[in-house]
Each structure stands twice: as C-alpha cells, then as structure tokens.
Design a protein around this ligand. Structure first.
Ligand code: GUN
Ligand code: FE
Length: 405
C-alpha cells in the first residue's frame, strides 16, 4: 500500500528529473510518477521499485520516449507585452516610453485583452511553464480577463493589475484611490481561487508610483495576505531618478517603510542594490526574480547573483516578456549560464532555479517545484533533442492542460 491517503488514479512512466536543491538533481532513467485522485504526487521512484506497490487498477501512461520534469516556474513576466518582443536599440526608460506604454494603452479595449490573453498562456504552457507571476496593465477589465482566461486554461498564476499614478502617459494613469479600489475588488474575486490563482499587488516601479500609492499598495498586500510585486533597481538611471523623485537614501529602506517587504514580496531584477539593501531584503525574506535574457536584451547589466546568494535571498528565473525575447526556460537557463561565472552558475543550478528555486521564490515550494510526495502533480513532457524547449504535454494537478499540436 502507498502512504498516500487518497486512491492512486494514474502513474506516468518515463525518465524523470527534478531538483532537491541548487546542486542536487535526482534522475530516474526509468521512473514512475504516481498521482493520487486529488492531483497530488503519491510517489516518485524507479519503475521497478514503485510499480509492484501500485493498485492493480492504476492506469500506467507510457512516456518512455520523453523526459518528465516539474513544470517550470516563471517568476516574472508581462502578459500585455506578448507582441512587443525584439524591439531593439533602446534602454529601459526609452524602451518603455516608445514601445511598451503604447502597447499597454491598447488594453483599455477588452477585445485586445481577450485576444492576447489566451495566446500568452498558450506560449507559457507550450514551453512547459505551469506557474507564472504575471503583470497585467493598469486596466481593471483587462486584468479580470487575464484571471478569467488563466482559470479556463488551468495553469497556476499570480496576477496583478499594474499600478501607476505618475510619470507615464496620461492614458495609463489613474488616481491612487481608484487603483486601490479596483485592486481590492480583484483580490476579493480572485485571490486564492481554486488554490491556483493568486493576486499580486503590482506597482509597476517607483518612478510611476506616488508615495501615497506605494503606501497603500504595501498595506493592502499585507492586510489581504497576497503577493506584492514590482521592478527594482533594474538600471542605474532608474535608481538615480527614483532617488530624485522620492528623496530616499536607498530603495530597500524606502520599501521597508512602505511595509512592502514580506516573504510574499517579489522584486524583479535587483541589479543595482548595495550590500546593506540586500541585507534588508534578506531580513524580511523578500525574493528576487532574476531575468537574464531581459537584462541582456535591454543591456541593463548583470545581476550580482553571488552577492544575492550570500545574503540567502530566494531567487527564481523570469522570462520578463517582452524585454525578454523568449518563453523558453531552457534558453533562459542557458543565458544565466552564459552571463554568470561557472563558479556560481551551471546547468544544475539553472534547472533548480527554473523549478524548485522559482517555487521557493514564490513561497510555493511546499506545493510545487519538484516530485516530493504530497505536492501538486505539475509536470511536463519534453523531447530532449528539442533545443527550442517546447513541451509535448503539460499537466497541472495531474490534469493534462496542454498538448503540442
Ligand atoms: N520597469 C518598469 N516597467 C517595466 C517593464 O514593463 N519591463 C521591464 N523589464 N522593466 C520595467
Ligand atoms: Fe518586467
């Protein structure tokens, strides 16, 4: 008998691979992943060891032509930027002004949101991403649609309506009271739904948010026990302007004073932070989303991964679509290996960061990230010879939610 208290429905036979830590990768060349009827992992072991212990009526799916790995976790991406990739030649602030803000303005029209959201999720899923932390736009309805479509597609997602009340085109600005009001409604409707959908209070970054807005955002995330996500110290120019606008000494103190540093706070980039700031982030158990392909594309700089690790800060990988050009976690992992020295980054660690490390950064590692018994059976099938990093099939909570055509 298996230790799981729920009957085992199905098991998946294939070579299996998952991470237990940055340099601890487990492989079963002929493995078996058993899933109970609630969609959680009942057991994972060598086929030979596990098969005799399964109930006689358990359905075995034979996927021995593929590898089964945990679903990837994308810790930072932008739904409205799906069609804004590869806009070359500018650095962050000019790129936002020229390409991104005009594209996001289109989301005032719900038809645009309805067109792009399903295509965006299909891209995530076709690359084996089963969990993602996503920015919508400043639009309430478009954000509601982003949740609705995520629900229909069946993936795990943390989503937030972007908050901006200054320093952006007028068409993308709202009063902080309206933004908070809309955010509260979305939290009430979506946060925690089906244990798969979660809300992130999402101030875009310090330049486009007043102190009053950030104060309310920090407070609301805390009170509603939801996530808080924003961009932090992505370029030197951004840091300089943020200091001028908000008259702060450093970013970490500033967000600490907004009560925005918790274990559910997720900061994208974190390239230009001083040691004292990393200590503050670490003291509050805040996490960082590392977006190497985006940092290369916008020439933002190289994230100081060694220092971030020395401070014990949880750190996952993000595609950062559309500054990042690719949804492929395989390509993002390869990029991480290219930009960081061999001594601190290798393929094992990159695989860990794309799965369990990402789950840790999102405070979900007791639920997802590897094939430990009791976690959700979120996994994907890959053909190892496919360098594009496309998944053949994708499962969330044991249900197949995507098949390559
Ligand atoms: N900083 C503020 N907004 C954005 C965005 O949309 N993308 C990236 N990469 N950085 C940002
Ligand atoms: Fe981003």
């Amino acid at each position: 008998m298996m230790p799981s208290s729920h009957p085992i429905r199905e098991a998946f036979r294939a070579p299996l691979r998952y991470a237990l830590g940055p340099s601890q990768i487990v492989e079963h060349s002929d493995g078996l992943l058993a899933v109970d009827e609630t969609g959680r992992i009942a057991a994972c072991d060598d086929y030979e060891t596990l098969f005799p212990r399964l109930p006689k009526d358990c359905v075995i799916h034979d996927f021995r032509n593929f590898w089964i790995i945990p679903g990837f976790v994308d810790c930072h991406t932008h739904l409205p930027q799906l069609d804004c990739r590869n806009k070359n030649g500018l650095t962050l602030l000019d790129w936002l002004a020229k390409y991104i803000y005009p594209a996001e303005t289109q989301f005032a029209d719900p038809h645009v949101a309805r067109n792009i959201a399903p295509r965006f999720y299909d891209e995530l899923l076709s690359h084996g991403i089963t969990t993602a932390a996503i920015y919508s736009t400043v639009h309430f309805e478009a954000t509601d649609i982003a949740f609705q479509v995520a629900k229909e597609k069946g993936l795990r997602a943390i989503i937030g309506q972007v908050l901006m009340d200054q320093n952006a085109p007028q068409s993308l600005l709202k009063s902080h009271l309206q933004l908070m009001n809309e955010t509260e409604k979305l939290i009430a409707k979506w946060h925690g739904l089906e244990k798969r959908l979660f809300y992130a209070v999402t101030p875009r970054f310090a330049l486009t948010c007043s102190r009053a807005l950030l104060d309310d955002a920090g407070k609301l995330a805390h009170e509603a026990k939801c996530y808080f996500q924003t961009h932090l110290a992505e370029t030197q120019q951004e840091v300089t302007q943020a200091k001028e606008i908000h008259s702060f000494k450093n970013y970490a103190d500033f967000y600490e004073a907004r009560h925005a540093l918790t274990s559910r706070s997720l900061f994208a980039h974190g390239i230009y932070l001083e040691d004292s700031e990393l200590k503050i982030l670490s003291d509050h158990h805040a996490a960082i989303a590392h977006c190497p392909t985006s940092n290369v594309f916008l020439k933002s700089g190289t994230m100081p991964l060694a220092k971030i690790e020395q401070h014990g800060i949880r750190c996952g990988l993000g595609s950062d679509i559309g500054a990042g050009p690719t949804f492929s976690m395989r390509q993002i992992a390869d990029c991480a290996c290219e930009v960081h020295p061999q001594t601190i980054m290798d393929q094992s660690k990159a695989f860990y960061m794309a799965t369990l490390g990402g789950a840790e950064a999102l405070s979900m590692s007791n639920q997802i990230g590897n094939f430990a018994e009791g976690k959700w059976a979120d996994f994907c099938l890959f053909d190892n010879s496919d360098s594009a990093g496309k998944a053949k099939k994708v499962f969330v909570s044991g249900q197949c939610i995507f098949k390559a055509s």
